[in-house]
Ligand binder design. Structure first.
Ligand code: ZN
Length: 416
């Protein structure tokens, strides 16, 4: 009989530079997987728990999780289709326009991790030649059905070579919110090397750990996010594979991200924005281990503030509910030990999540209509706080009847 594959592996060497000089700087305890929502027919769905801790590399400064959960386990319950999120659809429409303005529409675009075609769709709408590569077969099938050509594969050097042989080299390869999820980042870079033409450009969006630290966005830490990049650590990765960081833009996605542009070394001049980001990171010491240790203190203060606010409200007889059964919410609810006694239910617009329970904390998930239907639900914990503005804008009826939102990050506060 074949032995079972291990469910996870500990990280003993830095994913970028290979150093074993890794220090644990933050621990959020042991949590179930962020998307292991519990269906009543499968009550053990959230039984697996893994340590959620961040290591800091003394050499290249990459912050990375202490364990890698095997992809078969991690993506078993993957419910995330980007096109279901209106703000993301708008974001990628805008990225498509930026790409066309910068590179034109007469070059080949290939997107790695193209999800359900959320970027391919507007790229094609603008007349560009765009191809996707997506490992999740349900998402790739949905994109192909819509006519958005998508190769169903996990991107790797041999896949890149096969795509190049069939379609020709790419001038622009895009990877949005992919790098942070990938364990073998060097294989990804080698795939890129195989796919890009000599003057090709790699465009990637990654959550920016500088924003995570400044705003104490600890709930964006979960097992799918293996790496937390600075411009410096990204540059180290690119340089190790013959590429150079040539431009950086700061964007608002996921609580603060950077969009980086990279080219083969010596092929494209470096913009001032690259130097500005590197200098600012160095000046503020943001990538030193003591910065992460101070973050750990801030995270505990944030948890205590939220627990005490919700405790005061429920003690005085108020009903607290939540909005957004996000992946982030699994980290936040588990780390703050908030269960159904604290949060009566969580409203979410994703039909696949409704009727399920939150992983580890077992709070029922209900349709969003439940918020208005329950006049006692006066305090609403914002679990998708990165969309606070758009949520507030469409919640006039709730605000009018006196409901208030609890914004948990960085310190619990009531809005409006
Ligand atoms: Zn390193």
């Amino acid at each position: 009989m074949k032995p079972d594959r291990p469910l996870s592996r500990p990280v003993t060497r830095c994913r970028i530079c290979g150093s074993s000089d890794l220090i644990e700087v933050l621990s959020l305890g042991s949590t179930p997987l962020a998307n292991a929502f519990v269906d009543p027919s499968d009550p053990q769905a959230d039984a697996l728990r893994f340590p959620l801790a961040v290591l800091h590399c003394s050499v290249c400064a990459l912050a990375q999780l202490s364990v890698v959960v095997s992809p078969e386990v991690l993506f078993r319950n993957y419910l995330y289709a980007s096109s279901a999120s209106r703000p993301l659809v708008e974001h990628f429409r805008s990225q498509a326009r930026t790409l066309i303005d910068r590179f034109g529409k007469n070059v080949r675009y290939i997107e790695v991790g193209s999800n359900d075609g959320v970027l391919l769709r507007p790229l094609r709408g603008l007349g560009a030649n765009a191809l996707g590569v997506e490992p999740a077969s349900n998402l790739a099938a949905a994109a192909n059905e819509e006519g958005l050509r998508t190769v169903n594969a996990f991107f790797a050097p041999e896949v890149a070579r096969a795509i190049r042989a069939e379609h020709g080299p790419a001038h622009v390869v895009v990877a949005n919110n992919v790098l942070a999820h990938v364990d073998d980042v060097h294989a990804l870079m080698r795939g890129l090397d195989a796919l890009l033409d000599d003057d090709g450009v790699f465009v990637a969006e990654v959550p920016y750990v500088v924003d995570l630290i400044r705003n104490v966005e600890y709930d964006t830490i979960y097992h799918e996010h293996l790496s937390y990049f600075t411009a410096r650590s990204l540059q180290a990765l690119l340089a190790s594979e013959g590429f150079a960081l040539v431009d950086v833009e700061h964007i608002e996605t996921h609580g603060g991200s950077i969009r980086v542009y990279a080219a083969r070394r010596g092929r494209s001049p470096e913009t001032r924005a690259v130097r500005a980001h590197l200098d600012e990171e160095a000046m503020t010491g943001i990538d030193r281990p003591d910065t992460y240790i101070r973050l750990a203190d801030a995270v505990r203060r944030s948890r205590d503030a939220l627990r005490s606010m919700i405790g005061r409200l429920t003690y005085s007889g108020e009903r607290v509910v939540g909005l957004g059964a996000t992946a982030k919410s699994t980290t936040l609810l588990n780390f703050c030990a908030l269960g159904p006694a604290d949060i009566a239910f969580i409203a979410d617009s994703t039909p696949l999540k409704q009727g399920k329970l939150t992983p580890g904390t077992r709070i029922p998930i209900v349709p969003e209509s439940a918020l208005l239907a329950d006049p006692a639900a006066r305090y609403i914990l914002l679990l998708a706080w990165n969309y606070a503005d758009s949520i507030l804008a469409r919640s006039a009826a709730l605000v009018e009847r006196g409901s208030r939102f609890i914004h948990p990050i960085p310190m619990a506060r009531l809005i409006p």
